[in-house]
Design a protein around this ligand. Sequence first.
Ligand SMILES: *Cc1c(COP(=O)(O)O)cnc(C)c1O
Ligand SMILES: [Zn+2]
Length: 403
Amino acid sequence: MLAKKLVCLECQAVSEPTPDAYLCPQCTDESTWAQHRCPDRPGILDVRYEMPGSSSEFLAGVAIAGRRDLFRYQSLLPIAPCPDLLPTGSTPLFSAPRLAARLGLETLWIKDETKNPTQCLKDRATAVGVSIAHASGRPDLFCASAGNAAISLAGYCAHRGLTSHVFVPRRASEVRLSWLQRYGAQITVSKGDYDRAVADSEVEGRKQGWWSRNCAYNPFLVEGKKTVAFEISEQLDWSAPDVVAAPVGDGCTLAAIGKGFRELREIGVLPKSPRLIGVQADANRPLVEAFAASRNRELSPRRDASTRAASIDVKHPRNQTRLLAELSGCAGELVTAQDAEITTAQAWLSQEAGVVAEFTSAAALVGLRKTLERASPSSLDQENSELPPRTAVLVLTGGRVDD
Ligand SMILES: *Cc1c(COP(=O)(O)O)cnc(C)c1O
Ligand SMILES: [Zn+2]
C-alpha cells in the first residue's frame, strides 16, 4: 500500500496499512457479527499519507499523472490503479443558473456523478477497491448495499472477471435487482433492512475470506470517494465553493468530501474548506440527531414514518465519528428532508437544471435550500454570523430512478 499509516478514529491507535487492514480490533466488538448485528461504535481506521510538501508539489503530481480518472491524484491515494480500469471520475461540473436564482445563490454548480460507469459516486470507492483486490490477488469481493454500492461492485467485477457477492435488503427495488442481475452478481437478499444486510455480508464474507467493499468499514474505500472533492476544486481552478451539499446515510460520502477538501487545505492548495451540508431523510435521521445533541439543539418531531430515499435509509450509521469530526472542522450542518420535499426537489432538478436525480440524491437540494434560508441575512444569529453563502456545489450522487 502507498499510504503511510492507519489511525483509529476512536482510540487513535496507529497501525500498518496492509491490504487486509479493516476495523480497529481494540474498539470493535466482533462478537456481534455472530448475532447478525453490527457493532455499535466500531473503530474505523483513517488512512494517512506522507503529505505532499507543498501545493506546487501536489499540483505537479496531478499534471504529470497523464490520466483523466481519479488516479491522477495518486499522491493522496493508497494504491496504484489496476490495469484497464473502467473510466472513473472526471465527471462534469456545470452551473445551474435557474436553480441558483431559485435558491438566491450567485452560482450553483452540479457535480454530476451519474456520469460514472455505473451512474453513481460509489464507483470512486469501487475503483480503489478493485485495484487493491487486483494487487493482492483476491478474486472474490463482497458488499452490502441498498443498491448502488452493490451495482457498482458488480459492474467493476464483471469488467475484470472477478466475482461480486452482494447482500441487499429485503425491500431492494426491482430496478436495482435487475442491474445486479445484468452484471452477473451473486445476490443474497437479506431477511431485513440495510443494517441487517451489512451484518449478513460481514458474517459470510469473513467465513469465505472475500475482500470487503463495505465502504463504511474498509478504510481504503473512503479514499476513492474523497477524490470528488479534488475534482470539484480542480474544476474551479483549484478554489472551493462556499458550501457543498450531499445526502448522508452511513456518512462516508460526505465525510470523504470533507476529507478531500481538508487535505487540499492542509497542503496549501485551498485557503479554507467549504461548509459541508449533509441531508438525511426525516424518517430516519440518526446522524442529524447525534449532531443536534452534540450542539444541545432541539429537533422538531419527525413527521415521516418511512422514506423512499433508500440509499440513505441507514439506522446505524457507521461513519458517525468521521463525519462529525469533518463537520466541526468546517462549520458544517446536517438537516432533514421529508419525502414530499424530496419529490419537489427531484422535479426542480429535472425541470430547472436538466438532470435526472435519483430520489436519494435530490435530498441534497432540500438540505441546501433549508440551510440557505436559515443563513439569509434576516435570520443571522450568533451561531451563524458569517456572510451568507454565494456559491454552492450540489453533489448529484446518483441517477438511477427506481420506477
Ligand atoms: C450511498 C449513497 C449516498 C450516501 O452515502 P453514505 O456514504 O452512505 O453516507 C448518497 N447518495 C447515493 C445516491 C448513494 O448511493
Ligand atoms: Zn481503536
